[in-house]
Design a protein around this ligand. Sequence first.
Ligand SMILES: C[S@@+](CC[C@H](N)C(=O)[O-])C[C@H]1O[C@@H](n2cnc3c(N)ncnc32)[C@H](O)[C@@H]1O
Length: 394
Amino acid sequence: MTATTPPWRTLAHRLADELATEGVLRSPQWRAAIETVPRHVFVPRFHTQQRDGRWSETGAESPDWLDQVYRNQPLITALATTPRGSQVTVSSSTKPGLMIRMLEALDLEDSHRVLEIGTGTGYNAGLLTRRLGDDQVCSVDIGADLVATARTRLHELGLRPTLVAAHGGAGLPGHAPFDRIIATCSVPTIPWAWAEQVREGGLILADLKRSVHAGNLVLLTRHADRLEGRFLPRWAGFMAIRDTDCAPPDRHISFTPADGAHSTTSLSPHPWESLIPWLLAQSRMPSQLTFGYRGLTDTGAHQWAVFTASEGSWCAVAMNATNDRRDVRQHGATRIWDEYEKSRSQWQNLGEPGWDRFGVTVTDDGTHRLWLDEPDGTHTWVLPRAAGQRATWG
Ligand SMILES: C[S@@+](CC[C@H](N)C(=O)[O-])C[C@H]1O[C@@H](n2cnc3c(N)ncnc32)[C@H](O)[C@@H]1O
């Protein structure tokens, strides 16, 4: 670095050093990409949620904008308003450390052609294009404005990957076959269209998430008749794939604690403290779950943690414990909490295996079979089709 080096280059270099020290950034090609693709061009403004729930915006007028952009953190770049008036995030620039972890896991060769699902700001498409070249990178996003803006920014930097505004669940058949597909939004099941567009031996890296954040990044190899691979050891979470280019509809939970069958539990109500059991439990649940807090205690604290299934079942777990036990109320055809407790006991009896001991096999009829240690091992779980999933996903 010299006295004439632009400040962003010094910051990009610092970011690369930090990711290398963490052991995430390993190859010189990705270091070169991080150091030469300016993240601030893709993130001219970002949103931050305040303690009171409101959002504030930071841009070049703020003295720490540039420094923040080159920190190893995700940055929210687009919000949308739901019909009930809540603001939800619809796009972001992924945490660079996570992006590089995924790019390293893709094990790219110079000749590879890659499809990215979830263009967002265009920053990751920029990293890929710097590494592989214009003709070898395609990226799709359901947000037409996002794609148009990403294209302008990439062109500014002389990068011209193929960008398309489309539902990524269908892949990009007109540009297949690909050597790699990387999804930067989570999917409840892996669309078979992606398998059809990856050559045999090629890889798909995606965040396979059911509801309540239960799931993780999975690296799947394309075999003649299936996709198969393991979850990555470290958990990561992306925003969920959406079916329309607007805010998702609000889901109203109708829940009356008095209507529920009563029991107690010693377990924490927070799903993120127990994500693997929650994923296994969903093999026995007909539909996706939503999680939220309801009711307030006299002191203004949340009263219930509530899980609702789209077919109408719900369970509520009291936030306050008495003698280490919490009240549970369950209602409807699926006893959500009972299923979770069963899965948690099963996982404990198996020795509490981590993500990388679990894998997935996906076949062309849409079946997703989770397995422990080996695809033909004794412990398997079949995930039901995700509720609301478009038929075209395969
Ligand atoms: C975490 S952001 C992607 C970050 C991006 N790779 C970057 O470098 O800025 C997730 C993106 O997935 C997109 N997305 C959501 N549903 C989609 C769909 N059905 N098809 C394609 N993209 C989708 C969102 O619009 C959002 O931009």
